[in-house]
Each structure stands twice: as C-alpha cells, then as structure tokens.
Design a protein. Structure first.
Length: 144
C-alpha cells in the first residue's frame, strides 16, 4: 500500500472499472485476475494501410508505456461496445465516425490473405473485410 500511495494517480488493479484511465490508456476489458486491456486515448494521426497500421501500432509509445498493438477483431468489437458508441456511456473513448483496422486477417478462401477485418465506429457498428491497401483509422491497445 505504501508503494501504491507513492505513485500519483495510481489505481489498484482490483478496483479498476471500464473507462478508467490506467497503464497509459482507457480500460476496456478487465479479466477475473485483475489484468486486462487498455486502448490508447487517441487514434494514431492520419489513416494507414493495414501493413503500416501493424508497424505503427507496434512502435507506439506514450508516457513510457510500450507493447501496444493493433487489436484483434474481437478486441475492436469489445472497444466499440464498452468505450465506443455502442457503450451505455456513449463513446467515452472519443472514437471518430470512421472505419478502424483490426489485426484479424480475412482469407475468404484465397491462398493469400489480402483483406483484414474493420469495424465502423458510427452510431451503429458495421463490420466488413477491407483490402489491406485501403486506408483506415487506427486505435492501438496494450495489456496491463
């Protein structure tokens, strides 16, 4: 406890709630053991093709926090429903009305995976597979 008190703004993992600021981002998933996931507070600047999005996500760092990555389709969907426009608190994550990349690739029976899943963070969530050379928004996540 004394160690925790020495860090300004420290929140003990066992009292975290969805939407809390923690470990460099906004909490959108809490596991039974107190670990979870946070989303960065803002989108990466601009729009990216999928390969660029993966690279930019892995090199992202803020306030000394590293280990960020592009969310899977399921994680991105959870972000929409907990801190995005699908949440009861209506978009506390500050997502723009745009398509967001996931790390989940879509093969569609092709030998090469040329598409990846995206989710639209508008008033109603829409999903589709987009060609990896199209440009979309990116919101990175990390574990805590």
């Amino acid at each position: 406890d004394s160690l925790a008190e020495s860090y300004e703004g420290y929140i003990a993992p066992n009292i975290l709630e969805i939407g809390d600021l923690h470990a460099g981002g906004m909490v959108f998933q809490i596991n039974e053991n107190g670990s979870g996931l946070v989303a960065a507070m803002e989108n990466l600047d601009g729009v990216y093709e999928w390969g660029e999005a993966v690279t930019q996500a892995s090199s992202y760092s803020i306030e000394g926090y590293t280990g960020w990555h592009l969310p899977s389709f399921e994680e991105l969907e959870l972000m929409y429903n907990t801190i995005g426009r699908g949440a009861s608190a209506d978009n506390i994550g500050g997502f723009s009305n745009n398509w967001y990349w996931s790390s989940s690739e879509f093969n569609g029976g092709n030998v090469m995976e040329t598409d990846a899943w995206v989710i639209h963070f508008g008033n109603t969530s829409r999903t589709l597979n987009a060609h990896k050379f199209s440009s979309n928004r990116v919101r990175v996540i990390r574990s805590f």
